[in-house]
Design a protein around this ligand. Structure first.
Ligand code: ADP
Ligand code: MG
Length: 371
């Protein structure tokens, strides 16, 4: 009996604690909800709608889109503070811009046009409203530059740090969509722009940040490194290459964007297409700024291009019939060709050595374990 009473008292006690916590929680939710609506309004004001396919954007339970005959391309990226970005050296506006760009790049890599974007954020109370406005200024700038409509998202709080999830929607004619698994033996391998600069930029930022952490009176030296910093902090998606190929009437046989390094991406194309490849080290486009930073860091610039990542250039293969038209375009380099699977996936070094390619691309999981 006494035991039962004791249990009863204990339960009453627990219920009291639960009730107090519940009251706190529901009050908190109420404030948050009120704050959340105001915050959403603040962040999503002055949104421009560019595409006729956007029937209803932000402001209802869901966005409404209407496409005609085209196929729809959808892609999503998650960005976690401490895993994908470090706010010690990434300005929030740049983060917003880049988060949108990486999604647009995935749509272009399907040979499609990005049209809409959804943005979900979860932030801890460390982030002030003006910080979130900075983030959104970057997202909106990317949407304006690429004529993409911000049509919705979700807003939540997190216990620690910032989480971002962005979804881009694009469209293309069925026959224009380009997959990774359709490269053919004899095709030429092409890449836009230059490679390795974003990786060089990241190393520079990390080095200066470490020096600053060790001695706060240290003044980071970033002047003269504009190109590699811009490539790391404010990359662009290759809308120009997408348009160039369209204008020339060229549909690549396979395409992918370079987010994890040339090596890893060419292996995706070859493995998925059941082919081999031969790429030539001396044909890989590397900017002089990347070479001098690599030199400073005592790393091989080719390694920056092969294993770096975050370049957001387009890697694509074209049939031999189309290749001549591309040789005139300085923004496109032909770096090798697709071979029979039996020949393997190899790099021919400047010295003439045959080196098998390995996927040593950027790996969020490896990085999480390192931390
Ligand atoms: P619901 O409760 O139905 O999820 P919300 O209050 O979360 O609605 O969102 C209201 C509107 O604001 C919706 O159109 C939604 O897509 C949009 N929205 C919410 N959060 C964001 C955000 N972080 N960025 C852009 N749009 C957002
Ligand atoms: Mg919501």
């Amino acid at each position: 009996m006494a035991k039962d009473l004791h249990a009863f008292m204990l339960i009453k006690h627990i219920i009291r604690i639960f009730a107090a916590n519940f009251k706190k929680m529901s009050n908190k939710n109420k404030n948050n909800t009120q704050g959340e609506f105001e915050l959403i309004d603040l962040l999503t004001q002055n949104i421009n709608i560019y595409n006729r396919e956007t029937i209803k954007g932000i402001g209802d339970d869901a966005a409404v889109l209407a496409f005609e005959k085209e196929q729809i391309v959808v892609t999503n990226d998650v960005l976690i503070e401490g895993i994908h970005f470090d706010l010690a050296y990434v300005p929030l506006k740049h983060l917003g811009y880049k988060a949108a760009i990486v999604n647009f790049s995935d749509v272009y890599a399907m040979n499609a046009q990005p049209k809409q974007l959804l943005v979900s954020i979860a932030v801890s109370n460390r982030f002030t409203t003006s910080m979130l406005q900075e983030l959104y200024a970057g997202i909106k700038l990317a949407c304006d530059n690429y004529k993409v409509d911000l049509v919705g998202g979700d807003t939540s709080s997190s216990r620690t740090g910032m989480f971002l999830s962005l979804t881009a929607i694009g469209s293309a004619e069925k026959n224009d969509i380009v997959y990774r698994n359709t490269a053919k033996e004899g095709d030429y391998i092409c890449v836009s722009g230059d490679l390795g600069a974003a990786y060089a930029g990241l190393h520079l930022l990390k080095r200066e940040n470490e020096l600053f952490q060790a001695d706060p009176s240290f003044q980071p030296v970033l002047e003269g490194y504009d190109y590699i910093l811009q490539r790391q902090l404010k990359p662009e998606a290759r809308a120009d290459i997408y348009r160039y190929l369209k204008q020339k009437g060229i549909v690549p046989t396979a395409m992918i964007d370079i987010s994890d390094g040339l090596s890893s991406e060419i292996l995706h194309i070859c493995n998925d297409s059941g082919t081999g490849c031969k790429i030539f080290e001396n044909k890989i486009p590397i900017a002089p700024e990347t070479e001098s930073m690599a030199d400073e860091l005592s790393i091989d610039p080719t390694v920056c291009a092969l294993n770096g990542g975050e370049d957001y250039e387009l890697l694509f293969t074209v049939s031999p019939d189309d290749y001549k038209q591309l040789t005139a375009e300085p923004q496109i380099s032909i770096i090798g060709h697709i071979t029979n699977k039996k020949e393997g996936t190899v790099l021919i070094s400047t010295g003439g050595n045959v080196i098998p390619l390995h996927a040593k691309g950027w790996n969020a999981f490896a990085r999480a374990e390192d931390n």
